[in-house]
Design a protein around this ligand. Structure first.
Ligand code: FE2
Ligand code: FE2
Length: 197
């Protein structure tokens, strides 16, 4: 399990939410709370029902992102965290595009741990290439706005050099790192029990 140094916690805490204590902000229970929230669930359904219920999207449940967290769970977490950050930081990003881009940000559709998996064309450089692969798949399966394309294609910044060009992409970029940290901290905890489709 990773542990954050106190400097990291301070910075993350200040960026994510100035009103709460750092221990609250980095509490992995936050993911559970957001999963249980009827309000958050209805936001995801309202803006992403066609994505969540599609056959290809359901395949994300069979791919592991890290530990015991599937890509499906991870994408739900990122969407939930993006909604929260957008509100808490008063960023006023467009919620529909924020949700749809977050849901599709890791839509690369292969097991990245398996170098021989179909679609895993750059197994050693997954971190660099998967935003482009996710974008290609998402463009094929859904009608995307320019903001949604920016969110998916730029979410690994600064690893990938192209800088996010809209506030929604910045929010998802932060939400991805935030959710990944919380997922790592609670890596031995249970699975999502909420049905979002
Ligand atoms: Fe990613
Ligand atoms: Fe991600």
């Amino acid at each position: 399990m990773h542990s954050l140094i106190s400097d990291d916690k301070d910075i993350l805490g200040r960026v994510m939410d100035g009103e709460e204590s750092v221990s609250d902000i980095l509490d992995p229970e936050l993911l559970d709370q957001m999963e249980r929230s009827e309000e958050y669930r209805s936001i995801l359904r309202r803006h992403g029902e066609d994505i969540l219920s599609s056959q290809n999207y359901q395949r994300l449940k069979s791919f592991i992102q890290h530990g015991n967290v599937t890509v499906y769970e991870h994408c739900i977490h990122v969407a939930l965290c993006a909604i929260r950050l957008n509100e808490k930081l008063s960023i006023r990003g467009k919620r529909r595009e924020l949700v749809r881009g977050a849901l599709l940000h890791d839509y690369f559709l292969y097991d990245w741990h398996n170098a021989d998996a179909p679609g895993n064309i750059h197994p050693k450089l997954h971190g660099f290439y998967h935003p482009g692969i996710a974008l290609k798949n998402a463009t094929r399966d859904f009608a995307l706005s320019e903001r949604e394309k920016d969110i998916i294609g730029k979410h690994m910044w600064p690893l990938t050099v192209k800088v996010p060009m809209c506030r929604e992409a910045w929010v998802v970029c932060m939400a991805d790192k935030y959710a990944s940290t919380l997922e790592t901290l609670r890596i031995r905890k249970g699975k999502i029990r909420v049905d979002y489709a």
